[in-house]
Each structure stands twice: as C-alpha cells, then as structure tokens.
Design a protein around this ligand. Structure first.
Ligand SMILES: [Zn+2]
Length: 194
C-alpha cells in the first residue's frame, strides 16, 4: 500500500501525524532556510525514497506537512522549486522539489512557478540561452528565462545542505528582478555544533 502515511502507516484520512519540529538556519549566502526537520531518520529516509526510489507519493505527505514550515511567510508569496538539469529530469522522470512544492501549494492555496528558471551548469544547456543570459548566469548554475520583476518568491527544495544551490538560484532570481524571502525544504543538514 504505497499511499500509506510514511510515519504511522495509516491511510490519509486516519493519519494525524505531526509534521516534524520545524528547524531553521541561514545558508552560506545569507538566505533564511526553514525545514520540517534536520536531515536525519526518518525524514532523511523519506527524502531519499522520494528522490531515488521513485516513491513520488511521498511528496504528497511531505509537501502537505511542509506547509507548516511555510506559515511564517505571507500566503500570497509564490513557491519556486529548484529546477533539475534537463538531463537529470529526463533520467529521473520527475523533479522531487516540484512535486513537494505542488503538494505544499495545494494545501496552502498558493501559486507555484514551475517555469522561468533553468539549470545551466552543464554546457549543453547553455545553448538554449542568449549570449547575454549565458554570461550573466554562467557562474551561478541557474538562469532565468523570464522576468521576475516585483515578484517575491520562496524557494522549495527537498534538502538543503550548505544552501549553495538555493543561493545560486536566488542570484538568478534577483538578476531577473525578483526577490527571495527564504528557502523551505523537507530537511536541513544540521549545522556543526547543533
Ligand atoms: Zn501518519
């Protein structure tokens, strides 16, 4: 029964599991990051199963629970999942961050922006961009393909380690005129000493 709650093994309508104990830290680039829990079992296992085990149903649970970590942000602020490189997306068949963001937004009644940002770390993806975009974004690993002018956004990912990925995505959004209020993920790597 793949759709059972990963914590209590009950059906959705009988599960009353608490959504973890939200934790926060600051990324190396200074972004405020919040998550359901530190990257430790059982949460780290759910992230791995979702990411590498094709257990996409987990995004429904994790995304819905994640809306509790999003409570600190205004409800109007749209979510933006960290994009996968197109080749990785083709291999995996889904972007786990996008699935989490979709489930979370559904629970919250918020919008998700699935388009407008691409991962450009690998050189072949650069071909899709204009020369200007290429130069602008070469260093960051992400490029915006639309304007984000006047748009406050929240980045959504499955796990945040140092936060370098979110920082790079934030750079691309800011270069395209947007602002990033923070990053929300299922788990956060526990800072040393905590
Ligand atoms: Zn449960």
């Amino acid at each position: 029964m793949r759709w059972l709650c990963p914590l209590c093994r009950r059906l959705p309508w009988t599960c009353a599991c608490p959504p973890g104990s939200p934790v926060t830290k600051t990324t190396s680039g200074g972004l405020w990051a919040a998550a359901l829990a530190w990257h430790e079992p059982p949460w780290s296992l759910f992230v791995q199963r979702l990411k590498y085990g094709e257990e996409t149903f987990l995004a429904e649970w994790l995304g819905a629970w994640l809306s509790s970590a999003l409570e600190v942000f205004p409800r109007e602020v749209a979510l933006v999942p960290v994009p996968l490189h197109e080749r990785k997306l083709a291999d995996r068949g889904y972007n786990q961050a996008a699935l989490i963001a979709r489930a979370s937004a559904k629970k919250r009644g918020t919008k998700v922006l699935f388009d407008g940002l691409v991962r450009v770390k690998e050189t072949d993806a650069q071909a899709q961009l204009s020369a200007e975009e290429r130069t602008k974004n070469l260093a960051s690993g992400f490029a915006a393909t639309r304007s984000f002018a006047g748009l406050p956004l929240i980045i959504v990912d499955d796990v945040v380690t140092t936060g370098a990925t979110s920082d790079a995505l934030c750079d691309a959004i800011v270069k395209a005129g947007g602002t990033v209020l923070g990053v929300v993920s299922v788990t956060l790597a526990r800072p040393i000493g905590l």
